[in-house]
Write a protein that binds this ligand. Structure first.
Ligand code: IVH
Length: 690
């Protein structure tokens, strides 16, 4: 039986996990999981929310479209939000969709509901703004409200007219997908590989995982001359702000857009009823492999625009449209071996090595097995016949084990890390095994170093991911202390970048020899010790040296352990992780070594006096001028405690747009509720008191 507490914990995990995948997909164009796995996470989230409506989080993925852009391109606020689509997976889902439309509009049973049906193109959504019939702006979707300005880039995309005919209205936004044809994608990847080879470093060939990522990576370039070398195209599927519409049905407006010169698809049809729409779905499905672009389903839209208007939207999606997704493409093959990969955080992931097999036109040789539970569920062993599927274009998965002989020995998960041979552990209640090798496991070292130098930690400018990977592979740095021993002689011959680069980098490193203790402790990457916990620990113990001392003692002294656990914001899991970290001899060596190079400052509790000092504050809803993390940090600086839920102990609720149950509860309890502007006023007043 799933309790409410279990559900709340799972929803929190799902929100974080989905946000992570959104960032990888939207910001970095580098997804880690297949679209089907992503859909499964979203479905699980929706199912839990449907069962426990009171637990819907402010940051729930169901309330969001994509990720807020964070890259170097300028931001653009869309005149009308760019929405997402609800998904259907079966004929019944489509029938239900039309039933919902009927019920909502209170239509008679015999009233026909015409739909348009067209392919759902797997590209990057874009909005093109025309003012006085001239193209003035192009923007990506971003999070649906704020996108990125790609105006200079769009000039190089085929299918985007620069001007509209005289008959078009003064303001018109055309929306559609920028995509890369499959053949162009293959040629581009080949070109990237050859260029890397010519430069003598195949290891660094940056190839794109699929045409969608290639399109996104090519369009979202700060330097539009890069976009110019990439073959991109545009197909429209709708519109945003419009001073007037050239028709009163979806199909009539789209016919007009065809006539204005926008590229379209011959696979768009108007259907009189569900049966016709489903027939078009099947037709498109049979043509799928031969289309020049990737599609992942068919989109149906209610044809009458007055009905679309009345239907409006629910959450992030219009009520008048549905994406009918194609089922995953499947094939049978033999599982040759199960390999273990060690991730940069020490997580062990089993990978299935397969007899090569073609699925939906792509040769598949590997599939993810997720974790030990999944292997157990499948009863998978090398030699078994398995059913695999590709959904989206990323990593295929094993759906079913087709070998069912009995009796058989189960495959067992290794007890030692294949990279560093440290023991592997699974914490209670967790599905993943982890390598305990911490600072010594080669698989984890690079990630630890990157984290140590990252913005939230020591923030060493110029020492980013690529640089650290290179230094590590070339043997210049193994552990954090090595960073502080880099010399000009080592750096100078490395780069065409020259002396200024080397001198600047060494200076940036030297500036961090007396780091802020919170950043330093957080930078060590101890499990469960995030920036907030690091601050809590330092507030209690004063210096990092003292923390190390107590944590070391706590390995044998229950009183010292109790002392750590008793700190507000710290519990048994943090205490355990901290103690384990200092009990691991390799970590200890790295720590002692590091402290010969850097002297972290003592902690200074720079709490500013304010009306919220010592009070408990809850943030809910969307904050518009700052991130939730920033607001939290501000509250903590003012000596307030930030809580995730409203109770009688809450002193203040800061509610932004979309605040739901928490705001309501606060009002019921008589807790003071203010808006974001009110919060900013409190923070500003405290700054004045300094
Ligand atoms: S209509 C108001 N039609 O799919 C809804 N979207 O998963 C606007 N997409 O954000 C979308 N092909 O970028 C529509 N034929 C099509 C589409 C399509 C691809 C994208 C679109 C949307 C996403 C939702």
């Amino acid at each position: 039986m799933l309790t409410e507490a279990d559900a709340a914990a799972e929803l929190e995990r799902l929100a974080a996990e989905i946000a992570h995948h959104n960032r990888l997909y939207h910001d970095q164009d580098a997804p880690e999981i297949s679209d089907a796995d992503y859909d499964a996470l979203m479905q699980r989230n929706a199912a839990l929310e449907a069962r426990f409506p009171s637990l819907v989080r402010d940051d729930s993925p169901s309330r969001k479209v994509g990720a807020t852009p964070s890259g170097p391109l300028a931001k653009v606020r869309h005149a009308r939000p760019m929405l997402s689509l609800d998904n259907g997976f079966s004929d019944e889902d489509v029938e239900e969709f039309v039933q919902r439309v009927r019920r909502f509009l209170r239509l008679r049973d015999d009233e026909p509901v015409a739909l348009t049906a067209e392919p759902k193109i797997d590209g990057l959504s874009c909005s093109l703004r025309y003012e006085r019939r001239r193209l003035v702006q192009a923007a990506t979707r971003g999070d649906g409200t704020i996108g990125e300005d790609v105006t200079p880039n769009i000039a190089f995309v085929t299918g985007v007219p620069q001007t509209l005919p005289d008959t078009a209205p003064d303001i018109f936004e055309v929306r559609g997908e920028v995509y890369m044809a499959k053949s162009d994608f293959a040629a581009l990847n080949q070109r990237l590989l050859e260029a890397a080879r010519a430069a003598g470093d195949e290891r660094k060939a940056r190839q794109f995982a699929n045409p969608r990522n290639a399109a996104a990576g090519s369009l979202r370039q700060k330097d539009a001359s890069v976009t110019a070398t990439r073959p991109l195209r545009f197909i429209y599927h709708g519109w945003g702000e419009a001073a007037a519409l050239p028709g009163d049905t979806q199909s009539a407006v789209m016919d007009a857009l065809d006539a204005w010169g926008f590229a379209t698809t011959p696979l768009r049809v108007r259907c009189d009823d569900v049966a016709e729409a489903l027939a078009q779905y099947r037709r498109i499905e049979t043509l799928r492999a031969d289309l020049e672009y990737d599609i992942d389903g068919v989109v149906y839209k209610v044809d009458r625009l007055d009905w679309q208007e009345r239907l409006g939207q629910i959450g992030r999606a219009p009520r008048w449209a549905l994406a009918h997704k194609f089922p995953a493409q499947q094939a049978q093959t033999t599982l040759r071996a199960i390999d273990i990969q060690v991730g940069r955080t020490g997580k062990l992931t089993p990978v299935a090595r397969l007899e090569p097999v073609t699925v939906g036109g792509v040769v598949v040789t590997n599939a993810t097995l997720h974790n030990a539970d999944e292997i157990e569920r499948l009863g998978a062993r090398p030699g078994d016949r398995v059913l695999i599927q590709r959904a989206g274009d990323v990593i295929p998965q094993i759906v079913e084990n087709l070998t069912r002989e009995e009796p058989r020995d189960a495959w067992t998960f290794p007890t030692h890390c294949p990279v560093c041979d440290s023991t592997v552990e699974r914490e209670e209640g967790e599905v993943d095994y982890r390598c305990t090798g911490g600072l010594i496991c080669a698989a984890q070292r690079v990630e630890r170093l990157i984290h140590f130098c990252s913005r939230g930690a020591l923030d060493i400018r110029g020492l980013g991911l690529q640089q650290i990977e290179d230094f590590f592979h070339d043997g210049l740095i193994h552990a954090p202390a090595d960073i502080f021993r880099l010399t000009e002689e080592q750096l100078l011959p490395r780069k065409k970048k020259g002396d200024v680069w080397a001198a600047n980098l060494l200076q940036a490193i030297n500036e961090k020899r007396t780091p802020d203790p919170v950043r330093f402790l957080f930078g060590l990457g101890i499990r469960h010790v995030g920036a907030i916990t690091a601050r809590d620990l330092l507030r209690a113990f004063g210096t990092v040296e003292r923390i190390a001392e107590v944590a070391t003692a706590a390995n044998e002294d229950p009183q010292a352990r109790a002392e750590i656990e008793a700190i507000s914001g710290v519990g048994p899991a943090v205490a355990e992780a901290l103690i384990d970290f200092f009990a691991e001899p390799h970590n200890r060596v790295a720590w002692d070594d590091l402290l010969t190079e850097v002297q972290p400052l003592p902690f200074v509790n720079e709490v500013r006096q304010s009306e919220v000092s010592g009070k408990t504050v809850v943030f809910t809803g969307t904050l518009e001028t700052m991130s939730r993390d920033e607001a939290k940090a501000q509250a903590e600086q003012l000596g307030a405690r930030v809580s995730g839920s409203v109770s009688a102990k809450t002193d203040l609720v800061v509610a932004g747009p979309g605040a739901g149950s928490k705001e309501k509860k606060a009002k019921e309890l008589g807790v003071r509720v203010i808006d974001e502007a009110g919060w900013v006023a409190i923070v500003t007043a405290a700054a004045g008191s300094l």
